[in-house]
Design a binder for this molecule. Sequence first.
Ligand code: ADP
Length: 351
Amino acid sequence: MPTTIPQQQLLEIIKNNVPLGFSIVDQDGVIVDFNTSAESITGYNRQEVLGKSHFSILHGSSGTETCPLLQKAIGERRTTIESESTITNKDGDQIVISVTAFPLVDEAGTFLGGVEIFRDVTGRKKLERERKNILAMFAHDMKNPIITSEGLVSRLIDEKTGKLSKKQQNYLKIIDANLHKVEMLISNFLEFSKFESKEYKPRTEVFDICNTLRKVIESSRIEAEKKNIQILIKNSDRPWPIQADAMMIERVITNLLGNAIKYSQPAGAITIDFSEAERDIFVHVTDSGVGIAAEHLPHIFDAFFRVNRETSGTGLGLTISKSIIEAHRGKIWVKSSSESGTTFSFRLPKG
Ligand code: ADP
């Protein structure tokens, strides 16, 4: 590289060659710099935007509202914010950008403004959305034939259409169990797709989560009794009111308790306990089961992740549970060891 180029000029060259949009704003959100890639992403040229409000140019606002990202970077002086954001280009089209925003502070600590570095990810997002839609449509269309087949197989097994040999009965039971597995997978996948597309908004009400637990334990009793597993609720002599979507929270508890039973050895024990902080209620589901090895713990909430493919399941239950808890601004986590079993805990806002 020629060393004779003055530093200022070198910086300009880099700024205008870097394949990332680059925009600097002052303390009031007024654009003071805009590079070549920013011009091609947004359709605006540098001269058109300099001195104008970043918010009115890219977010079509009056200038009093703010860009959520820069607001955080400038207003809250957060170090770095990485996110996706939707902006409007010069033609009026909505484009999705992947952005890194950070505040500009000089050596003396004086706040000067903010920087956004961004790339256009509209095409990638569209492809992702199309892929997800196709999968969801495919799963949806598979559901009806599976349910119809299950109904017909069940009529055959019940000998409603004529006597069957032992061998025919056994084969049909295997077909029935497999159809049931596929149906479960499809239902869970459709639910997972719904959460992924962010279609789901909790319909919250105040209710006692301890009551929900009692209800779920009651409907899990047969499974627990089959394995001679004791289920105990601690601290259940008082209500534990939360503000949440009752049906969805029941889904989370059903999943955690179902797993605790499924991954417990016969004659094991499951304990459910509660605790609270200023704003939250905590629920802890502890089993004395097979545990989860440390190497698997970071992946346990990932979609389709399963430690052991020999047990029945879809690997989507925990992913769905995490989406539900996070949609309530809560948190779910796990502690486990192969010696002493597993505890899944979550926290939700108090009612
Ligand atoms: P599924 O149970 O349908 O496979 P989940 O998403 O509910 O799917 O769980 C993912 C994986 O996490 C399970 O396959 C299992 O390996 C592990 N897991 C979940 N809960 C427990 C538990 N209480 N004890 C041991 N392993 C568990």
